[in-house]
Ligand binder design. Sequence first.
Ligand SMILES: NC(=O)c1ccc[n+]([C@@H]2O[C@H](COP(=O)([O-])OP(=O)(O)OC[C@H]3O[C@@H](n4cnc5c(N)ncnc54)[C@H](O)[C@@H]3O)[C@@H](O)[C@H]2O)c1
Length: 261
Amino acid sequence: MHRGRFIDRAIIVTGGGSGLGEDYSKAFADEGGKVVCADIDAAAATRTAAAITGMGGSAIAVSCDVTKPDQIQQMVEAVLQAFGRIDILVNNAGVIRRRSLVGTTEEDWDREINIDLKGPFLCSRAVVPHMMERHYGKIVNISSVAGIVGCISTAYAASKAGINGLTRQWALELAPHGIRVNSVAPGFTATPINAKLRATPVGKHIGESVPLGWGKPADVTAAVLFLSASESDFITGQTLAVDGGFTTTADLGPEYRTFDK
Ligand SMILES: NC(=O)c1ccc[n+]([C@@H]2O[C@H](COP(=O)([O-])OP(=O)(O)OC[C@H]3O[C@@H](n4cnc5c(N)ncnc54)[C@H](O)[C@@H]3O)[C@@H](O)[C@H]2O)c1
């Protein structure tokens, strides 16, 4: 069914080539949006955009590294040329490298902070003036449960907690310009980023200890589209955990879980 919440809206999805970004891109297009799949992996972005146009939707692929201001500027120009406007930015591109505090090199730190935290800053800074011109915009930052509880690694925790802070700060600054800013913090969701982890006993244990198990991209997509649509216009500055209950519960083991004993 075509609900059309995004008819005439131009939407940039960074990291739109695979995983969650691919899923949001297709869902936005399915509801009438004009989608820009921006990814450092140009072939992946092209695949997503081609899948959308092949289904009769509207999409372009842009090769863009979110750590490079010149490439971001080129992306903004490409979007304006193709669609004449920018309504929604989903800051989704991200990487994870699991490292202990002591095992985190400066190179690990810089790479992750650059892509996962500085990338959303650079993309938002480039896009917001165009939203301000039309006094309308939605930014959805893709955070993580790792920005709420300790569960992944040093640089990832810092970048995702930083995203939640930026979300609150930008919500305050941009409200007078009609721009809403929110974050979605996915929990453990089955995508290529964690394909190796899911194949291990730890991956299985995660599925058993999160109350609703491993999530699927569609679970996160539903929240991203809600926070991008006009139905959420009175919500700004929030971080919505879409995590199957992970950040609100503690699994103390099978014996404790037998509540009625
Ligand atoms: N999958 C999960 O369980 C999960 C949980 C919490 C948060 N997240 C977050 O969701 C987002 C998407 O993750 P995913 O699981 O879909 O991962 P993914 O690896 O499937 O997709 C990430 C995409 O980002 C692109 N990318 C990487 N570096 C980039 C750069 N410098 N510039 C532009 N594009 C770049 C990749 O090419 C890829 O297409 C990330 O921000 C991640 O931290 C994922």
